[in-house]
Design a binder for this molecule. Structure first.
Ligand code: PLP
Length: 446
């Protein structure tokens, strides 16, 4: 049971006061998190080493996790809806994952040679994903995208990469406003997500320079916004026509079926990037695709491109990832999980409709997001149409209210469902959201 205190009635407060009131209760309930945060400020800018985990006034510090439950350092327990931004597919203590790590650990780590896990894991991925003829491993989604882009540039001999507004492909591949100050200096062509005429016009204008089109089939960071199948299909056709490598960043969406979202949609890119849950919750990612593109990395070839990375085949993540795919995330389990997410999304949207408030759940399968906003949301541009201050305050209020009711999720409303979530967790979340919609109705409608 969640131990957090329920919100008191605040029906007559304005938005700013309601946020201040919720924040005061958040702070009062978390003295240990606050103390750790203040201590951390001494050695890390903002007391933080992963910006997405920071939120005002200070983030909740987590002490432990079991299954789909989390406990913070102040003793509150939560249902974990964040699922480590989709890396936590297996939950926090799956016996298969822990057993595989333990067994690998006993045989020694950092061996400095090929090991017995990487081949079977690569073969399993190539069996599953339609686009993967050959695959290589690395350590993060960022790195996987970096290598996929570099492979496409080397293969085509062209420099530029088309990406989409509000897209996120890693720490230095961030295409929302403000991202350009940190982004890797590739020649980017920024196209409008889910706007086919606008994108095709840009693609045709830059066809001679473009090595790749890099897209998330569901924009996760932007707010769980699915690319429309017709949009992806048209990109597929245009890339084929102009000899451009189509890269699907399935770092988040690869869990949508055994073969990722590409298998579910029946659209096969030239290259695919994977990450997050791939190492069973440990650090691992992959990039792969057409044999002709990936064969550039074959070290037996005279002009081979080197692909370095000390931890590319680290045994713990390889062992955990392989056991996870073979024994837990089977095709049937992933299909059922996808459908479960779709049903949850529908139930949340039905609550908002019944209450008649501008609120919705977007996403695809088990990558979802809650938005205090009505209307059709097809891109980050639609989200940006709302007053940003109001949007930020409402999302902050939602976050505080759900935390207080024992549900852990991202400040921006992002959820990634993990396998150990139970039926009663969903019932509890739906109850908490419905309570939010009732209690904050006047603010949502204002
Ligand atoms: C779609 C997508 N691509 C790439 C990344 C980057 O992965 P990593 O954080 O492992 O570098 C993320 C991370 O959230 C992501 O959502």
């Amino acid at each position: 049971m969640a131990s957090a205190r329920p919100a008191r009635k605040t029906a007559n407060l304005g938005l700013e006061e309601a946020v201040a009131d919720a924040e005061a209760r958040y702070v009062a309930a978390r003295p240990k998190s606050r103390a750790i945060f203040e201590q951390n400020l001494e050695a890390m800018p903002g007391g933080n080493t992963r910006t997405v985990l920071f939120f005002q006034p200070f983030p909740t510090v987590l002490a432990e996790g079991r299954g789909a439950r989390l406990v913070d350092v102040d003793g509150h327990d939560y249902v974990d809806w964040l699922g480590e931004y989709s890396a936590g597919l297996y939950g926090h203590s799956h016996p298969v994952i822990l057993g595989a790590i333990q067994k690998a650990l006993e045989a020694g780590i950092a061996l400095g040679g090929p090991n017995r896990f990487e081949g079977p894991l690569a073969a399993e991925l190539c069996r599953r994903f339609p686009s993967l003829e050959l695959v290589r491993f690395c350590n993060s989604g960022t790195e996987a995208n970096l290598f996929a882009i570099s492979a496409a540039r080397a293969y085509t001999g062209r420099p530029a990469v088309m990406v989409f507004d509000h897209g996120y492909h890693g720490g230095v591949f961030y295409f929302a406003p403000g991202g350009d100050r940190i982004n890797a200096p590739f020649p980017w062509v920024l196209a409008p997500y889910n706007d086919l005429p606008g994108t095709l016009a840009l693609l045709e204008a830059h066809a001679d320079e473009l090595a790749a089109v890099l897209i998330e089939p569901v924009q996760g960071g932007a707010g769980a916004l699915p690319a429309e199948p017709g949009f992806l299909q048209a990109l597929r056709e245009a890339c084929t026509r102009f000899g451009i490598c189509l890269i699907f960043d399935e770092v988040m969406t690869s869990r949508s079926s055994a073969g990722g979202l590409q298998a579910r949609l029946g659209i096969t890119p030239d290259l695919t990037t994977l990450g997050k849950y791939l190492g069973g919750g440990l650090t691992l990612s992959a990039f792969g695709g057409k044999a002709a593109i990936m064969a550039q990395f074959d070290p037996r070839r005279p002009q081979a491109i080197p692909h370095a990375g000390t931890f590319n085949n680290n045994v713990l993540a390889m062992a955990a990832g392989l056991a996870g795919l073979q024994e837990v995330a089977t095709p049937a389990v992933l299909d059922a999980h996808f459908q479960r997410g779709e049903r949850l999304k529908e139930k949340i949207n039905a609550l908002a409709e019944r209450r008649g408030v501008p609120f919705q759940c977007t996403g695809c399968g088990t990558i979802l997001a809650l938005h205090c906003q009505g209307g059709t949301l097809r891109s980050g541009r639609d989200l940006a149409a709302q007053d940003p201050l109001r949007r930020e305050r409402l999302q902050r209020l939602l976050h505080f209210d759900l935390l207080e009711r024992g549900h852990y999720l991202a400040r921006r409303g992002y959820l990634a469902l993990s396998l150990p979530l139970r039926e009663e967790d969903e019932t509890s979340l739906l109850g908490a959201i419905d309570e939010f919609l009732a209690l904050r109705r006047h603010l949502l409608l204002a």
